[in-house]
Write a protein of this length. Structure first.
Length: 208
């Protein structure tokens, strides 16, 4: 069975472009965006890893570390890194795991045989500081991911961890939020500003 939300993200050791790591030690105390790409020296992947490098400051603001994986060798990753830097406008600044024996990719169910070959699809795992899997995404090889959406979802997860709220469709940071259904409307009135009761179970409030 694949990994589910709420599961502990499995630990592993692996060789990366920044040396050998133990995953849990490497991310200790941080959130992680752990994502797979099909292959080095391919166009969509180059844009994705370049974008991730360019977003380093945004990830740092949110206490997030990024790490990528593919079934290529660490020598290939090092050979490809200058292209990532050139395309993203920033040197490669996060580790890429070399997984030629597919140990990590299989552990995280990132190889989907129906997708044509034995390389990884575009999986994303957002993992919290307690190593719990909080979000998964799976994109096909031909479609690059939206890294603004990855940042948005991290913002939503961090906001909903900090307060009894949820985020509505298309929410963006700064938008109003929804009071948790577990609170009575009286509690919502006491706790939040500018409460709008659209339905007894749908109470929009200002983000705390
Ligand atoms: C790409 O990164 O462009 C790519 C990789 C594998 C299959 C399709 C596209």
């Amino acid at each position: 069975m694949g990994l589910r939300l709420g599961d502990e993200a499995p630990n592993f050791t692996a060789v990366t472009t920044e040396g050998e790591i133990s995953f849990h030690d490497w991310k200790q105390g941080s959130w992680a965006v752990f994502f797979s790409h099909p292959a080095d020296f391919t166009p969509v992947c180059t844009t994705e890893l370049g974008r991730t490098a360019a977003l380093k400051g945004e990830f740092e603001k949110r206490n997030v570390k990024a790490i990528a994986v593919s079934v290529d060798s660490v020598e290939d990753h090092h050979g490809w890194a200058p292209d990532i830097g050139e395309v993203g406008g920033t040197d490669l600044n996060f580790p890429i795991i070399a997984d030629p024996d597919r140990k990590v990719s299989e552990l995280y169910d990132m190889i989907h045989p129906g997708e044509g070959d034995t390389s990884t699809v575009r999986s994303v795992f957002i993992i919290d500081p307690n190593n719990k899997i909080r979000l998964t995404l799976t994109y096909p090889k031909s479609v690059g991911r939206n890294f603004n959406e990855i940042l948005r979802v991290i913002d939503a997860l961090q906001a909903t961890d900090a307060n009894p709220i949820a985020t509505p469709a298309d929410w963006a940071p700064g938008d109003r939020v929804i009071a948790a259904p577990t609170l009575s409307t009286e509690e919502v009135q006491e706790r939040f500003q500018n409460v709008e009761v659209r339905k007894p179970y749908l109470r929009f409030v200002d983000a705390p």
